[in-house]
Design a protein around this ligand. Structure first.
Ligand SMILES: Nc1ncnc2c1ncn2[C@@H]1O[C@H](COP(=O)(O)OP(=O)(O)O)[C@@H](O)[C@H]1O
Ligand SMILES: Cc1ncc(COP(=O)(O)O)c(N)n1
Length: 271
């Protein structure tokens, strides 16, 4: 059986985040990757030098080229940049009846560059969030979407509950931006109960693209038919290995290692 996943996101010329991170991750997890570009960024480990958004027509036609012929088992969104692109994506998801939509609500790059216009947040809430299967905000994104200020586990739980009330099926609040210096903990709310996925917080600046990679790994696992709990658990292992075995590329926030998880798994199978 061949499983397919589509990413609708921005291109990162530096290869660590965006479309490039997504496709590499799909490939590593044995899923055929497809893409619709929303913007091209001139970007490296030091930051985003420029953003060139695609036209709405270009986004629409890339998605229909895939929808009309190849179809997909799951899809994820990353950088969507503006409200018109968000509306176009929502319309396509609705028209093709795609159910496994994973929203990574990318707003600001690690270096501080805006990847979503401020006024587009309400379009995401109104049009896209109600169509989603999972949403995977980091802490500042969860705050912007829910209006809840997050400084404790209790706040994270409240925000996750609110996201489900706002129309998604599952919410994962990622803890990369947490103040906790020992653990990186992601919280899943499945509509009934909470599960925390925790790992050692790794002391590295090479975390460019961690959110993209984590949500792409979840998307690949969901495309293959795994449950939400299995998908989050595997994605957490994937991103931990990718951060742990970093590549030391560039002089700023370097990329993670997308092949680390395969190598680690291969080694444990040999033993
Ligand atoms: N220093 C770190 N050590 C281990 N895991 C991390 C670290 N930073 C982020 N993560 C993990 O990477 C994933 C992405 O988290 P986060 O940084 O919050 O997202 P984003 O890249 O969207 O800002 C999460 O699973 C988080 O727990
Ligand atoms: C095209 C694109 N998409 C997403 C991100 C977010 O990644 P990060 O938050 O790790 O900088 C990015 N920097 N560039």
């Amino acid at each position: 059986m061949i499983y397919k996943a589509l990413t609708i996101a921005g291109s990162d010329s530096g290869g660590g985040a965006g479309i490039q991170a997504d496709i590499k991750t799909f490939q590593e997890l044995d899923v055929f990757g497809m893409s619709a570009l929303t913007a091209v960024t001139a970007q490296n480990t030091k930051g985003v030098q420029n953003v060139f958004p695609m036209t709405v027509q270009a986004v629409k036609e890339q998605i229909s080229s895939i929808g009309d012929d190849m179809g997909t088992d799951a899809l994820k969104t990353g950088m969507l940049f503006n409200a018109d692109i968000i509306k176009t994506v929502a319309e396509a998801v609705h028209n093709y009846g795609w159910e496994k939509l994973i929203i990574d609500p990318v707003m600001i790059a690690k270096g501080g560059a805006p990847l979503l216009q401020n006024e587009a947040v309400s379009a995401m809430i109104q049009y896209l969030l109600p169509l989603s299967y999972v949403i995977t905000p980091n802490i500042p994104e969860a705050e912007a979407l829910t209006g809840i200020s997050i400084s404790s586990e209790e706040d994270k739980r409240k925000a996750a509950e609110k996201l489900v009330k706002m129309g998604t099926t599952f919410a994962v609040i990622k803890g990369g931006h947490d103040q906790d210096t020992f653990e990186a903990s992601d919280l899943l709310f499945d509509g009934e109960s909470f599960t925390v996925y925790s790992s050692e917080r790794l002391p590295t600046a090479n975390t460019h693209g961690t959110g993209c990679t984590f949500s792409a790994a979840m998307t690949a696992q969901l495309a293959k038919g795994h449950s939400i709990h299995e998908a989050v658990s595997e994605a957490k292992k994937f991103i931990q290995a990718a951060i742990e075995d970093d590549l030391k590329i560039g002089s700023g926030h370097g990329p993670t290692n997308h092949w680390a998880y395969r190598r680690k798994r291969g080694m444990s199978l040999e033993n």
